[in-house]
Write a protein of this length. Sequence first.
Lengths: 296, 296
Amino acid sequence: MRIGAIEAGGTKFVCGIGDERGTIADSISFPTESPETMLGKAIAYFKDKRVEAIGIGAFGPIDLHPESPTFGFVTTTPKSGWRGFDFLGALRSEFPVPFGWDTDVNAAALGEATWGTAKGLNSCLYYTVGTGVGVGVYLEGRLVHGLVHPEGGHVPTRRHPDDDFAGLCPYHADCLEGMASGPAIEARWKAKGQALPSDHPAWEIEAYYLAQAIAGAVLLMSPEKVVLGGGVMQQSRLFPLIRAEVRRNLNGYVVANEILERMDEYIVPPGLGQRAGLCGALALGLAALQGTLRST
Amino acid sequence: MRIGAIEAGGTKFVCGIGDERGTIADSISFPTESPETMLGKAIAYFKDKRVEAIGIGAFGPIDLHPESPTFGFVTTTPKSGWRGFDFLGALRSEFPVPFGWDTDVNAAALGEATWGTAKGLNSCLYYTVGTGVGVGVYLEGRLVHGLVHPEGGHVPTRRHPDDDFAGLCPYHADCLEGMASGPAIEARWKAKGQALPSDHPAWEIEAYYLAQAIAGAVLLMSPEKVVLGGGVMQQSRLFPLIRAEVRRNLNGYVVANEILERMDEYIVPPGLGQRAGLCGALALGLAALQGTLRST
């Protein structure tokens, strides 16, 4: 099979082709500019690739309801030029193949469940922690859409007792994204995360917020795996700190060996590594081709 | 059709029979005692009822995994005598019919989606706020089980600035259940909720905690409807207070008419009223009979 994949992130736009085993044969990356520019690059890239399907994992909010007149559109984003852009429609008119269409984080969750660390499981959450915080939700073998789609980066937080940072979210100030995104780390400590040593107190505070949100999500949805990706998670000390904090938050209440005894295998980096996003889009394309997605 | 239903709550145990339209023809209620006592009462009740299926919505934690050796058991409850009780197995050996088996709150969510206020929708959350706080999760047309099953009553909370109540949860102290259950209201105000007037400050604090948790759940799962039942929700002033607080928490971030314009129809009491629990168990029995549940 030859399946096209588009990872349409807010800062990076990646096009690639791959197959049903999750192998990426070729890919190309661009900085995200106007929708017209990116559309032109995607069309040029896929023009002669003879793909049988295309999967798109896009930054949101996006319209995921097939019966909606704006299905396939980027909706209320503040990102210049993208609001109201008919992303899926523009590509569909160029390529008469099945399309998979979902959020970037839902795509990544599906990719991990198809080929990555959640392979064979019926559920996983995929957190990306970078410029923003997003959560992909895959439960009972399905990506969750619901009313709009999950926006789990914006859940309320309980403040760390030593943290007086106001929070950066323009909607909620000190929600998870407002307190734990890459820009929040930089604003709080006056230095980029990459510049902070692994023993800096920044990481305990970061883990406090992420673990609190993850514990809440584990209680609400009981996922079989929690995958943490994105630039901030490149600080590998975060994983043991987050696991310990999730354990402290749950305090033995959720009785499952995965949590009580095998936390190191429960909260994990993406099995697909840096390719989690693109492979996620590939998984959407594959699912569209196989007819295993309900939408598109 | 004649379908049996068992609402097995921690304090109240209800048996009934009903049909595929959600009509309850007969029911009987007992205080919850030992499993042997309740089993005897259930067997005596259903003995001559000629039911074609039985649905059980049970207090948890319970084992929902058909492949598990303890499938159908009540697992780690502190409730005297119930830990390790093979609830489903004991009934199955008496009645050779299809069984539906899920948590009481998942059952109630399915009931609301089948006949109640979420009829026709693919998703809803069902909160019960009473002796404890529980959350049933129905998403993309399926009840969510995952690793164990949702336990959304225990999510962490952000403390109300005027509230110094320590919280009652033996695991988490000030989680949602620890701060907002009926016993938490009584411990904080030295009076039962029923005795507090509708303009008492207790209700604003109660709404603060519930709304915060609901806002987090709406962000994580994007449900199409949020149903609030249980004894505490009999204080009807809570509904407008909670809706206003959810709106304040979300602050316009989730762009959906259901939230921005029709909140009165989004966060609602059970359409099935006081029968939400028993009708939920009935819906589980109906789904088992129709083969639309994956388990049992």
